[in-house]
Design a protein around this ligand. Structure first.
Ligand SMILES: NC(=O)CC[C@H](N)C(=O)O
Length: 254
């Protein structure tokens, strides 16, 4: 069974572990760089991204996390985890914070305001429903939530939501560029880029397991791809006992 790591430095890692248990998946709390070698995929939970970054720095996790993402292993960032995975973050404390990166987007750390402006809403998620069944709607729990302001061409938008009425316009200061005001009426809150999944809200705080299932399916898909690449290369070498008849979800090496 694939092992899902949950970065357990700070934030809602217990809730992700419980969500994984509910669907019969094997979750492991990850606190050290060397543990990343023993997991198939990784969830970076919500919490407080500056604190989480300080702890990740203290435990020298950033190089290993970047290597994990760079290797194309499935990674899901929720809320603060989304901020970790973004290539660029705005609205940060002065001096900014270290990011893992890999997800081609610009994220605003506290787009929806302070803790007091936390909210729940229904999100339209046709892609999630198509892949995992169920309703076209899911409950989005937004806690001092970030939002995605811009995405690159390889990023698929899975959900967006209206910018709350009365939200003051924000200024984005890009180095050297003139300040620009975010003036769209909707903002992106869930995306996928290859094996990276990111949500600005907290599916682990609801009983809807479909986001966790989607993430597990990403892992299954990438293992199947690795397997078929391997079976192609073995069949081209005409190795005895080819792997054609083995189910794709078995370990490749026995
Ligand atoms: N619930 C969350 O993960 C909030 C993230 C928070 N906006 C931060 O900057 O870290």
């Amino acid at each position: 069974m694939a092992v899902v790591g949950v970065l357990a430095l700070q934030g809602s890692y217990n809730e992700h572990m419980a969500a994984l248990r509910r669907i019969g998946a094997k979750g492991v709390e990850v606190r050290k760089a060397e543990q990343l070698g023993a997991i198939d995929s990784l969830i970076i939970p919500g919490g407080e991204s500056t604190t989480m970054a300080k702890l990740a720095n203290y435990h020298n996790l950033f190089p290993a996390l970047r290597e994990f993402v760079g290797a194309g292993k499935p990674v899901w960032g929720t809320c603060a985890g989304l901020i970790f995975l973004a290539n660029k973050a705005v609205g940060q404390k002065s001096g900014g914070q270290e990011l893992v990166g890999g997800l081609d987007c610009t994220v605003h750390r506290n787009f929806f305001g302070s803790q007091l402006q936390s909210f729940e809403t229904e999100l339209s998620v046709p892609m999630l429903a198509e892949k995992e069944g169920g309703s076209n709607i899911c409950r989005g729990v937004f806690i001092r939530a970030p939002a995605i302001l811009e995405v690159g061409p390889d990023v698929e938008v899975l959900a967006d939501c209206p910018v709350p009425a009365g939200r003051p316009s924000i200024t984005i200061s890009a180095e050297g560029a003139e300040d620009e005001v975010y003036s769209k009426d909707r903002v992106i809150v869930a995306v996928r880029q290859g094996n990276i999944l990111a949500t600005a809200f907290h599916p682990e705080l609801t009983s809807d397991s479909r986001w966790h299932r989607l993430f597990l399916d990403m892992d299954k898909d990438s293992q199947a791809k690795a397997f078929s690449a391997l079976s192609l290369s073995t069949s081209s070498r005409d190795v005895e006992g080819g792997s054609k008849n083995k189910p794709l979800d078995l370990p490749i090496f026995e």
